[in-house]
Design a protein around this ligand. Sequence first.
Ligand SMILES: C[S@@+](CC[C@H](N)C(=O)[O-])C[C@H]1O[C@@H](n2cnc3c(N)ncnc32)[C@H](O)[C@@H]1O
Length: 251
Amino acid sequence: MFKATAITLIPEAWPGPLGASILGRARAEGIWDLETVDLRQFGLGKHRKVDDTPAGGGAGLVLRPDVAAAAIDAVQSCNEMQQTETALKRPVIYLSPRGRRFDQQMARDWAAGPGVILFCGRFEGLDERAIEARDMQEVSLGDFVLAGGDVAAMAMLEAAIRLLPGVAGNSASITGESFENGLLEYPQYTLPREWEGHKTPEVLLSGDHRRIEEWRISRSKALTFERRPDLYAAYSETPTSNAPETGDEPD
Ligand SMILES: C[S@@+](CC[C@H](N)C(=O)[O-])C[C@H]1O[C@@H](n2cnc3c(N)ncnc32)[C@H](O)[C@@H]1O
């Protein structure tokens, strides 16, 4: 079973959207599990202090390394002992705008493993020594700054967990999606066939599966070329892409 542990200062925010719809059902069915650990429990003294002022001065507060490490150690010693059969150690992720950018490949890698331990930062972030000493991987949701790591952790978990076998109803709906073949997805249509004067493309109503597939691939390529030239360039370089020759790009 895929196991996610979130170490957080706002445990009340969890599971949030992960508790609803297909992910909520999959959790109830035992496909994945979530453990939420309140960082405050590991805080120091009567007030359970978890942070302090930045060394060298400056604004805000920094999460203490001893508190963070105590939480991570408790999670690892408690959980990983139970996983000795597989001897698989879950990576410890520090949600951080400085980290490697999360993407679909990372979601696939997570989904193929035993799960993740996610340390959700707050304030000015986490003391660097904890990141190094606990061999944490820094992962970012994108080039922007959130108030804390929880929303980023939930977004990443949702992307990974929906790839687990048995979570999404129809596995074909995952294989054809954006990023799965290096392209963005083609445009989707449903009923009614005509809406506010706009018609569903005729080819999609033709019943000719070969033509439909060709149309979808060509729209995928055109959209990717237009919106994400970086993705399109990478796609064109893959030997199996059937991308148009240079100078013959999609309209
Ligand atoms: C206000 S931010 C700290 C930002 C930090 N001082 C900096 O400039 O890089 C507080 C916490 O939010 C989380 N966070 C903020 N932006 C994020 C992002 N883009 N991806 C993942 N986590 C993020 C991190 O856990 C971070 O420790």
